[in-house]
Ligand binder design. Structure first.
Ligand code: UD2
Length: 313
């Protein structure tokens, strides 16, 4: 946020109603004027029971984070799959990543697609690049979604030693706000925006014991999304190897977990706790109304017509 000097036209909003949770004042720029806003503070979890931070707006100082991490000359990879008609989402994904995703860092985006000729060329800042990897088409969306883990694993075997961190992201999404080094850690999970207010009995984990993604009713911390996860390259190598092996072993026994790799990811993070958890600011969904505790949307899934874009329904 830009530093604002004392405002000539200060709009001081009326004091907030009494509340138990408290709040904070903050200047924000609105149409060239500094406006003093009152932010209601809502109770959110900012640290897990195993002492991993949960990253929300105002739990970190972005200027300080950049000052610490930029001199380290890190390389950050991102993987994104755009198979079949999903290639149409690439342009917005790539353009908005330029604006918001690790700005000022070395960023290498790996696009996995069966339509390399349709990958848009975008202008990138120095230190940023896009590479295309050709993958087979598929007649089942479940297979595209599920096979991502093994293809990411193969890529990471190449990147280990030269790339520090990787994030694996859904393509049908856009960046809307800063996503920077505050997200870096060994194992990084994002809390699913659809379930973060629910108790674990409502989480859509795989509930059949015959699957390797099985979660018993008493198991589970958060429900994490498959559309964004990451961490240190060597840690994500282990994660993708484990999840893809479990998926394949299930498949040999005729089992497909309820939410494919997302189910296996949730099982993995139950056994191997994330060292950092990102709040749903890091993967929201455009169709959802904003809840008051979501003060910034950094990355969000676009509204899509599944029947029109998936190879099967
Ligand atoms: C959710 C998850 C997704 C995955 C899926 C279940 C979130 C926000 N999304 O998304 O990560 O776990 O459930 O498997 O957590 N894709 C293609 N071509 C296709 C179909 C899929 O490229 O024809 C890729 C693409 O990168 C897409 C991703 O797979 O973003 C996930 O597929 P989806 O977006 O159709 O799945 P969705 O919305 O149910």
């Amino acid at each position: 946020m830009p530093h604002l000097s004392p405002p000539p036209h200060l709009l001081h909003l009326p004091p907030p109603p009494p509340c138990r949770t408290g709040g904070a004042e903050r200047f924000e720029e609105v149409e060239g004027h500094a406006v003093l806003f009152w932010f209601q503070a809502y109770d959110v979890v900012t640290v897990t029971p195993w002492l991993a931070p949960v990253v929300w707006e105002s739990t970190f100082d972005p200027v300080l984070m950049d000052a610490i991490f930029k001199p380290q000359n890190l390389t950050i990879a991102a993987t994104v799959f755009a198979v079949g008609k999903y290639v149409q989402f690439l342009k917005d994904f790539l353009l908005t990543s330029e604006q918001f995703f690790f700005v000022g860092f070395n960023v290498h985006i790996y696009v996995f697609t069966d339509r390399p000729e349709d990958v848009p060329k975008i202008q990138q800042a120095p230190g940023r690049q896009v590479s295309v990897r050709v993958v087979p088409s598929s007649r089942r969306w479940q297979e595209i979604s599920a096979r991502r883990m093994e293809m990411i694993h193969a890529l990471l075997l190449e990147l280990s030693g030269s790339t520090h961190y990787v994030f694996c992201l859904d393509v049908d999404s856009k960046f809307h706000g800063r996503w920077g080094p505050e997200s870096l850690s060994d194992r990084v999970a994002v809390v699913h925006p659809g379930y973060y207010r629910d108790g674990r009995s409502r989480f859509p984990y795989e509930r059949r014991p015959e699957s390797r993604a099985y979660m018993a009713p008493s198991d589970g911390d958060f429900y994490y999304c498959g559309g964004a996860f990451g961490g240190n390259v060597d840690q994500v190598l282990v994660l993708t190897q484990t999840c893809s092996k479990n998926f394949r072993d299930d498949e040999k026994e005729g089992v497909e977990a309820a939410w494919q790799e997302e189910s296996h990811l949730n099982r993995y993070f139950w056994e191997n706790k994330p060292s950092k958890v990102l709040s749903p600011e890091f993967l929201w969904q455009d169709f959802k109304l904003l809840n008051p505790e979501i003060r910034i949307v950094r990355f969000s899934g676009v509204v899509k017509n599944y029947a029109a874009i998936r190879p099967n329904v």
